[in-house]
Design a binder for this molecule. Structure first.
Ligand code: GAL
Length: 411
């Protein structure tokens, strides 16, 4: 359904956990090198406008730990002023009636006209703006070491068969073909791409519509077989590894490629690597032209004395020049359609073009792994099955069966 909604395309002293009226306390999970660099762009921007920053980082890629901390804070009656949040989590919190209203600034700044509808679906509740989208990431990317690819004598893969040929050649060359971290959300990130590679209709039916026939059918068995095949190219020490450490394996030549959302580019850039020269970014083979997206949005909680600083932060986040500066560093692309691509590198320009193309062709889909296709309860049920299978607990046929059961139970 989401695909049809898209139209075109601190440095301050941390002295207390309670933010003063002119401060924003920001809960986020941007603690990896590239993420922190992007966060600094935001902190500096706000600081320049006199908005104080109280940092509330909760490490853990994909934000699961951050969401647990958030729940505890809100339950204790101590919500942070601004929170990094993904897709359906925003909708879940809106339903609890604890969020602030950003209409004043959204109307003054004309957000309705420049934010793609696929994002507005999550930024608005009942017609009211409740979140400011800072970026659009997408999950169906592969980041390949240029030297490791060159050493195979092969081109960047376009199809599943070509991908396997490149992975085999990297293995023969004595490196770990696939850098991966064994955490449920990372397994799920690859799963997004594998499911999409088996067809737009299949992704829609299984990951968005949760059709039991698609969740448990032959194509899903094939998806799990592909996951098992990919698992065979991962090194033995992958369990629990953070995603940015997997990126480092590609950066330092230990591994050939990583299948990860475009926040991985932030790590490559931080290591002074240049797209096209030191690394190659391609869409997961078989998903060219389609995009599984996720968007980080800042949600403002309804807190006493927060209003002015919250509105100022929301306005700053949506500023076109800021959206360019921030997303150039983060690896994502702007959350508004009117930001020029001049400052972006080759991968960023491709990301912007792909997003616009996928949007206008009905090929833009919310990422399951990153909270944009189904609510967290269902997402977590899918995570459990994908991870259990990836770790060898189920064969492909059993995993497909378990997926049907888990999704049914979670709804
Ligand atoms: C995603 C988020 C990105 C990045 C990534 C890894 O869910 O949208 O901004 O932070 O997790 O932490």
């Amino acid at each position: 359904m989401l695909k049809n909604l898209y139209s075109g395309v601190a440095g301050l002293a941390l002295v207390a956990s309670v933010a003063a009226a002119e401060d924003v306390e920001v809960l986020h999970w941007w603690t990896a090198g590239g993420e922190a660099a992007a966060l600094n762009v935001l902190k500096d921007d706000l600081q320049g406008q006199g908005i104080g920053w109280v940092d509330m980082p909760v490490a853990g890629g994909g934000g699961e730990a951050a969401m647990t901390t958030l729940r505890a804070r809100v339950t204790a009656g101590d919500a942070p002023t601004a929170v990094q949040m993904l897709g359906f989590d925003i909708k879940d919190w809106a339903a609890e009636d604890v969020l602030g209203n950003l209409n004043e600034v959204a109307e003054a700044e004309g957000w309705d006209k420049v934010v793609p509808e696929a994002l507005q679906y999550f930024s608005k509740d009942d017609g009211n703006w409740i979140a400011a989208p800072v970026n659009v990431h997408s999950t169906n990317w592969v980041w390949i070491s240029k030297s490791a690819l060159d050493a195979t004598g092969l081109d960047a893969p376009q199809s599943w068969e070509e991908l396997i040929a490149v992975l085999d050649a990297m293995k023969a060359n004595g490196i770990t073909p696939l850098a991966h971290g064994g955490q449920a959300w990372q397994d799920a990130t690859i799963f997004d791409a594998v499911v999409l590679s088996l067809g737009d209709d299949f992704y829609t039916a299984s990951m968005i519509d949760l059709d039991p026939d698609a969740l448990g059918g032959d194509t899903m068995v094939e998806a799990f077989e592909r996951m098992a095949k990919l698992r065979s190219y991962v090194d033995d020490n992958f369990s629990g590894r953070d995603w940015n450490l997997a990126s480092s394996m590609v950066i330092n030549g230990e591994a050939g490629m990583q299948m990860m959302g475009d926040w991985a580019k932030g790590e490559f850039l931080r290591a002074d690597m240049t797209p096209g020269e030191d690394f190659v970014c391609i869409r997961f083979p078989g998903t060219q032209g389609a995009v599984t997206f996720n968007s980080d949005q800042f949600v403002m909680f309804d807190v006493a004395d927060g209003d002015a600083a919250q509105l100022a932060m929301a306005k700053a986040v949506m500023d076109p020049a800021f959206q360019s500066a921030f997303n150039v560093v983060k690896g994502s692309v702007p959350a508004r359609t009117d930001v020029p691509n001049d400052a972006f590198d080759g991968c960023g320009k491709k990301g912007m073009a792909d997003l616009a193309e996928a949007g206008s062709n009905g090929r833009l889909f919310g990422s399951m792994a990153h909270g944009h296709s189904v609510p967290a309860s269902v997402k977590n049920a899918i995570y459990d099955v994908v991870t259990a299978h990836f770790n060898g607990e189920y064969d492909a046929a059993t995993a497909a069966e378990e997926l049907v059961n888990a999704v049914e139970f979670a709804q």
